[in-house]
Every structure is written in C-alpha cells, then in structure tokens.
Design a protein around this ligand. Structure first.
Ligand code: GDG
Length: 495
C-alpha cells in the first residue's frame, strides 16, 4: 500500500515514472517554479522558495511534463522560445515551463482583485469584508480562460493528467473539461473552504462551484474543509452526493473530494538546521540581539491579516503586564516580510503591527532590553534555521489558516528535540499537531497564559511533545502530499 510508504523525493519520482505511462502531466499555478531576472546586466534564474515547487519538482522531472504559470520575472520573456516555453531546471532540463503573460490590468483584476480581495478574505472568515467587484470577476474569468487556452494548446491531441493549484483558478478545470472531456483534472485548494452561509455571499458562488466540479479530484487540507465544500455544493447546485465515497456527481460527472494535508520537506529542513553554518548563525544572532540567558519567542509569517500578528502582540503585552518577573528576560522576534503591499488592508495591518510593537517597547523596554524585535528584511535559509533553533517558543496565531507551514518548519528544524510550539486551533496544522500548546488567538488572556506555560514548561515535557510532533511531520511530509494526490489522480485517469 502506498500509504505505508515512507515518502521522499525518490519514491515520488519512481511512482510517477512507473504509473503515468504515456500520459502527459501538466501542473498549472499562478506562481512559476523558475523566475528569470536581470541582475547587473546578466540574466539570473532563481527558484522561489516554497513547498509547492519542492513537492512538484520530482513529479515534473519524472513525467517530463509541462508546468503552466504566469511569467513574472523581468527577464522571463527574453529566455522563452516562440511558444513561450523554456526547458527547466536550467542546469539539467527535464521538463517544460510554459509561461503565460498577463497585462497589468489583468494582474490587478485577477490576482490583486478577485483572488486576493474577494476569494482570500471570503475563504478565511477573518471579518475582513470581501469585495465582490464585477470588473474583477470578469477579468478573473478571462484570465482563467487564458490559462485554459495555454493548457489546451500544450496538450494537443495527447491524453493528459492536469493538476491545478489554488484559488486563482476556480473556473479553470471547468473550462478545460468543456474543451476536452477526456482529460483527467485535479485541483488543490491551499486556503480554507468556509461554511456555506459565508460562501454564498459571493454573488457568483454557483458559477464558482460549478467550475470546481469540472475536477475529477478536488483536494483540501482537512476533512472539515471538504465537508464545507460538499455542503456548499449540495445547497447551491443540483448535485448528488455520495458521502460514503466523498464524491459529488453533477450532470454525469463525478468529483471526488478528499483531504490532502500539505507539509514540508522534513529531511531537508532537519538536515539544514543541523549544519555548522546554522550553528554559526545562531551564535551571531544571539550576540546581535543579546539573547544570552533570555527566553526567545519567534513569529515568522508573511505579514497578512489572517496570521493573527496583532493578537500575538497583544498577548505578549498581557504576558509582560501580568508577569513582571519576566520583563528583561523574554525577547520576541517578529520576522516576516510585508506582502501584497499594493492592497490597502495589507498596508493597514503593517501599520497596526508597527504601532503595537512600538507600544510594547515603549511600555516595557529599557536601555538594555527591547521586548519586541521586528525583522522585516529578507532572511536567508540559515537565518531562518537559526531563529527556529534558538527559540524557546514559536508562535503561530492565525485567525484562520488552510494548513500553516511555519508551524511544521519550526518542528522540522528542531533537530535538538527541544522547543515549544504555540499553535492556533484555527489552522489545518492543529488537526495533526495536538501536542502543540493550542490557543484561540482571539482569547488574549488565555493566549498570554500559554506564553507563560511555554516559558516555564519543564524540559522533559518539551521534549516529549516535540518528539511526537517531529514523528508526525517526518511521516506526513511534503512528498506524501504530492505522492498521494498524484497517485490518486493517476488511478482516476486509469493509466
Ligand atoms: C497558503 C495557505 C498553506 C514566511 N515569511 C516569509 C516567508 N515565509 C515562508 C514560510 C512558509 C511560507 O512562506 C508560508 O506558508 P504558510 O503555510 O505559513 O502560509 P501562506 O503563505 O498563507 O500559504 C496556508 C499554504 O498555502 C500551503 O498550502 O499552508 O494555509 O494560506 O514556507 O517559511 N518566505 C520568505 N520571506 C518571508 O518573509 N521568503
């Protein structure tokens, strides 16, 4: 049985090689796996960090398939052929990247607009009202069509298995199936799926659901998101549900809806965290921030209003207020880059976080000690590894989160077996990581007590909990996610 396997890059590669047969394998995502940029008059190729490329790279290499994505690098156009294709990885080409070009207006309406200001807040239930602008919706549909054209063009008359990524492409699979019903199409939705009562506020919810039912396989992080999706379909469209086999049937087409919890490259992160370079960086950070003899807490997320960063700062404030004995002894580093800066709500959250950090430092800070240290610069892998290893506790306080990889990265990096994870119950990760200190990020007093518990937790208990979490993440790693989804799709395709 595949589920008994210890998944790694190699097993995933072998699975695809042996099972895919002659079928073409296509991945579609908004973000591209390789970006070409100009640097000092030369073209440079980089690979954006992130689990998605890490997991799908072995699949793409084994299948020799095609990855369709938006070209965003300033040298991207310079390196493609007349079909907008380039062979990657550059050093040893094994598959094809097909770039899709979008105009500024399309990026505004599709990515910044409908995807990130309508679907993102709608699915996250963080009380940030979604904006359902009609012009964005039309551009979103148009861009989904543009990607469908590119995929159909690549496939020609071959048989193909297509794996679509995320909420940028709710309509793509439906468009693909209209054009070529013989395709096998799956999609993974990286963010939560809300309750029907919330989802139906979107004026185009029926069209979105119908589009998603173009998939043969629809994946979410958790069973509860799957159930919300099934419920939304049942209550909006005329579809039959087979709860036993977790499938929806509409107009003769079947969509299997299943959870595939995403994860991290556990072995890679563990290995990296144990290197001499990381240990050197730990010593240097410890000196730079005067951490010797102090308890370090870290928060390491993209600056997004879903991540509960203000709530964590309020809890830290309450902790310092209630426990004066820890003033001067706890340092909290908030490391993370601003993101989606063109959107007003993101600028506002950045300002709010700054104000809260300054407030705490003014209230408790001394000449020798600042309780909160912001680190908004781009951090290297070694610095990230060093921060994870130095921390007594890591705080993940999302108000709602599909999975949350920061939590799993922290656990993977703790090769020393120590450290405490404070984790929001409202993350997909909390389903698996019950040995974390689970919190409701809105309950500030309880949250503050958990910070105290993390600081005071005896070493034996810290180690017991961390061991359990490391076993879980090691087994449920990113390759299991990729392998389970791809093997499920291949079995549906019957190749
Ligand atoms: C979506 C879903 C789901 C963080 N700050 C910086 C940075 N990071 C890295 C982290 C981690 C990744 O980015 C963030 O992953 P998360 O899972 O925490 O969150 P989202 O970005 O919201 O991702 C989420 C995920 O998709 C996968 O399915 O888990 O629920 O919302 O790897 O370490 N990376 C860089 N600079 C930063 O400042 N380069």
């Amino acid at each position: 049985m595949m589920s008994e396997l210890q998944w790694n890059k190699d097993t995933l590669y072998k699975l695809v090689k042996s099972k895919l047969g002659e079928s073409l394998f296509i991945v579609v995502s908004n973000r591209e796996p390789y970006v070409h940029t100009m640097s000092d008059g030369k073209i440079k190729c980089t690979r954006p960090v992130g689990g998605l490329t890490e997991a799908l790279d072995p699949v793409m290499r084994a299948s020799g398939g095609i990855w369709v994505a938006q070209g965003t690098g300033d040298a991207d156009k310079k390196v493609v052929d007349e079909h907008n294709r380039i062979a990657v990885p550059p050093e040893k080409p094994e598959y094809t990247l097909r770039r899709v070009w979008l105009t500024e207006e399309e990026v505004d309406g599709f990515y910044l607009g409908f995807a990130n200001q309508a679907l993102w807040p709608l699915c996250h239930v963080t009380f940030t009202p979604p904006e359902f602008r009609e012009d964005w919706w039309h551009i979103y549909k148009k861009v989904n069509q543009i990607f469908a054209d590119a995929v159909i063009d690549e496939i020609g008359d071959r048989s193909a298995v297509v794996l679509v990524q995320d909420y940028h492409f709710a309509l793509l699979s439906g468009y693909l199936k209209e054009r070529n019903p013989a395709l096998t199409v799956g999609q993974f939705w990286h963010i939560p799926w809300p309750a029907y009562e919330i989802f139906r506020t979107c004026p185009w919810h029926e069209e979105i659901l119908a589009g998603m039912l173009g998939n043969d396989l629809m994946g979410f992080h958790t069973r509860s998101f799957c159930n919300n999706f099934i419920d939304s379909v049942e209550r909006s469209l005329e579809a039959m549900t087979d709860r036993e086999s977790s499938a929806l049937v509409r107009r003769g087409n079947k969509t299997i809806v299943e959870p595939f919890p995403i994860s991290v490259d556990f072995d890679g992160l563990s290995g990296q965290a144990g290197t001499e370079a990381v240990e050197k960086e730990m010593a240097s950070l410890s000196k730079e921030f005067n951490l010797e003899g102090k308890y370090l807490g870290v928060g390491m997320d993209r600056m997004d209003y879903t991540k509960g960063i203000p709530e964590r700062l309020m809890a830290l404030d309450k902790f310092l207020e209630d426990n004066p004995e820890y003033r001067g002894k706890v340092v909290f580093i908030q490391a993370g880059m601003p993101s989606r800066g063109q959107i007003d709500t993101y600028q506002e959250i950045g300002q709010r976080i700054d104000d809260l950090m300054n407030g705490i430092n003014e209230k408790y800070g001394t000449d020798a000690w600042q309780p909160v240290v912001p680190m908004t610069r781009q951090l290297s892998h070694n610095t990230l590894g060093a921060l994870r290893r130095l921390a007594r506790f890591c705080v993940v306080s999302s108000l709602h989160d599909g999975m949350n990889l920061v939590a799993k990265e922290f656990v993977a990096a703790r090769v020393d077996g120590d450290g405490v994870l404070i984790l929001s119950s409202f993350t997909g990760a909390a389903v698996e990581m019950q040995e974390a200190l689970l919190i409701n990020p809105y309950a500030i007093s309880e949250f503050a007590e958990k910070i105290k518990e993390a600081v005071e937790m005896p070493e034996a208990e810290r180690r017991r909990r961390m061991k359990n979490m490391r076993e879980i993440v090691s087994d449920n790693n990113i390759y299991r996610w990729g392998g389970s989804m791809v093997s499920r799709l291949i079995s549906i395709a019957g190749v």
